[in-house]
Design a protein around this ligand. Structure first.
Ligand code: NOJ
Length: 537
């Protein structure tokens, strides 16, 4: 199997509004990111997934793009972007751009023209119907919005200000490819493709994801753009199965490098109910079964997966599955060790490497996210109780991941010199911040740094088979086996002591957050113990 740089890469996701503010307006920006590249180099990451920085009215924080070839004023300008690419490339860090082409902003010139002039070619870049059907928007309400001027409805699977593009239109597709080539020529490292599984939608048949032409479009896109370059392409594919993942990421299919699928994240919610009905307790055996399925069914050479706990749409993993109390550091290290030694490309979401947690949002005044606000307003209309609504937002709302990065213990956590930041800084910044993490050799940061290095140094992380071990429910243990070489990863996924029967002998401890000898002698794991051993042949 041909190996690419991204097989050995660890990707770091930056949410630009919240990473680092250089000009004191309370919002992160490109110069802020540039100023922290040395920090990212110290962490060792290979690539940055940059959430959108394009011109946008920011209805959905940049996932509503009004010009793909212009940088949003709040983030800087194209010269800043070029400087970021240059400075990052000098540090061997690639910049993976967010590609949001399922929809644009309603303020994009194409949509403005389409709306103003129903006979224009742009009209057909979007999806218009005389009648609506019962498709719902992911952000609540109908997926159709009435347009007074033409008397038709347009489709928007997200907010009203995010009209869906019509991928059936060949001229539109070519315009998207031209735009991608514009960015490739600037020296980017690849694309993260926002809700790419939706571009083949057939709204009249109620098909939103995995439409019949989806893979034809991706093959065409690959040929027209990144296929000629060694770029990383990762598709956000919420509902992919291993079979579907192979369609996207089997190298012979010439589509994408990898998928980013969320089956394990599904355990944060109760089955078959809206996401706001979160699950209070993690079903660890179910989590093991899901990882086991992906690790064993997406065979090497036939597809490639992403490994993640967090992103800008998810709660902070420590607050939902880890421990935010006395075992915060240990649980963060355990979660990292468990994930990063599996097969796939690991992602670190900003602040994960210092163990940032959810925010104690008190009321809707503190909420910015359109999805949370729409949910709250609908729930209030249905007569639901405000306290319950806030409980859901505190647990699962997207703003939890979006509060400013905590750099140090000074005002606004060193994120900004402004008196007010766009989202408030988590009050725990006095103790949870980068400066404190760097000063402590046992911090979460150094566990991540070591995992990133292990990935660069060890080919078995790519090649070795995955074998889940039979253990107590809350122990997650697996072997990675390649020929006669075996590595064992053991994690106590709980705040309680667990039994762990042990028979193999080992020659090396690759990483651990505990005294391995004690654990092995007693055949017991303390809360959140985690380690990886190289076993003796
Ligand atoms: C997925 C993105 O990750 C999310 O933040 C955004 O709201 C939707 N796609 C719409 O672009």
């Amino acid at each position: 199997m041909e190996k690419h740089w991204w097989h050995k890469a660890t990707v770091y996701q930056i949410y630009p509004k919240s990473f680092k503010d250089s000009n004191g307006d309370g919002i992160g920006d490109l110069q802020g990111i540039i100023s922290q590249l040395d920090y990212l180099q110290k962490l060792g990451i290979t690539a940055i997934w940059l959430s959108p920085v394009y011109q946008s009215p920011m209805d959905d924080n940049g996932y509503d793009i009004s010009d793909y070839e212009v940088i949003a004023d709040i983030f800087g300008n194209m010269a800043d972007m070029e400087e970021l690419l240059d400075q990052a490339n000098q540090r061997h860090i690639k910049i993976v751009m967010d590609l949001v082409v399922n929809h644009t902003s309603d303020e994009h010139a194409w949509f403005v023209e389409a709306r103003e002039n129903p006979t224009s070619p742009e009209r057909d870049f979007y999806i218009w119907r005389d009648q609506l059907n019962d498709l719902d928007s992911i952000f609540g309400g109908s997926a159709w919005q009435y347009d007074q001027k033409s008397g038709q409805y347009y489709l928007h699977f997200f907010s009203k200000k995010q009209p869906d593009l019509n991928w059936e239109n060949a001229q539109l597709r070519q315009k998207v490819y031209d735009m991608m080539n514009f960015w490739i020529a600037k020296g980017i490292g690849g694309f993260r493709m926002d809700v790419i599984d939706m571009i083949g939608k057939i709204p009249d048949q109620g098909i939103s994801t995995n439409g019949p032409k989806l893979h034809d479009y991706l093959k065409e896109m690959n040929q027209a753009t990144f296929g000629k370059h060694d770029l990383m392409t990762v598709g956000e594919t919420w509902g992919a199965s291993p079979e579907i993942a192979k369609q996207y990421s089997n190298p012979d299919h010439h589509e994408l490098s990898m998928v980013f699928q969320f089956e394990h994240i599904g355990l944060q919610h109760k089955p078959d109910v809206p996401k706001w009905d979160y699950a209070k307790e993690l079903d660890v055996p179910a989590l093991k079964a899901i990882f086991n399925k992906w690790q064993t069914q997406l065979e090497l050479g036939q597809g490639w997966n992403s490994l993640f706990w967090n992103n800008h749409d998810l709660p902070r993993v420590l607050s939902i599955w880890g421990d935010t109390g006395v075992n915060r550091v240990k649980s963060a290290q355990a979660l990292a060790i468990l994930l990063h030694l599996m097969r796939g490309t690991p992602y670190i979401y900003q602040g994960e490497e210092i163990g940032m947690t959810n925010y104690p949002f008190a009321d809707l005044e503190q909420i910015d996210d359109i999805e949370s606000l729409n949910f709250a307003h609908e729930a209030l209309e249905k007569g639901q109780d405000m306290a319950a609504i806030m409980d859901s937002i505190r647990m699962i709302g997207r703003d939890n991941a979006r509060t400013p990065m905590q750099w140090d213990s000074t005002k606004q956590a060193g994120f900004s010199s402004a008196d007010k930041t766009w989202l408030p800084v988590n009050p725990n910044y006095q103790s949870i911040n980068v400066q404190a993490a760097l000063a402590d050799p046992d911090s979460i940061f150094y566990t991540y740094q070591k995992l990133v290095q292990l990935r660069k140094d060890n080919d078995w992380l790519i090649d070795a088979d995955f074998e889940l071990l039979e253990t107590a429910d809350k122990v997650f243990a697996y072997k990675r086996v390649r020929d006669s070489e075996s590595h064992l990863v053991v994690v106590n996924f709980s705040n309680q002591e667990q039994n762990f029967a042990w028979s193999d002998s080992f020659e090396d401890i690759l990483i651990s957050n505990t005294d391995v000898a004690v654990a092995l002698n007693k055949q017991k794991l303390q809360a959140w113990d985690a380690f990886c051993l190289k076993l003796t042949d």
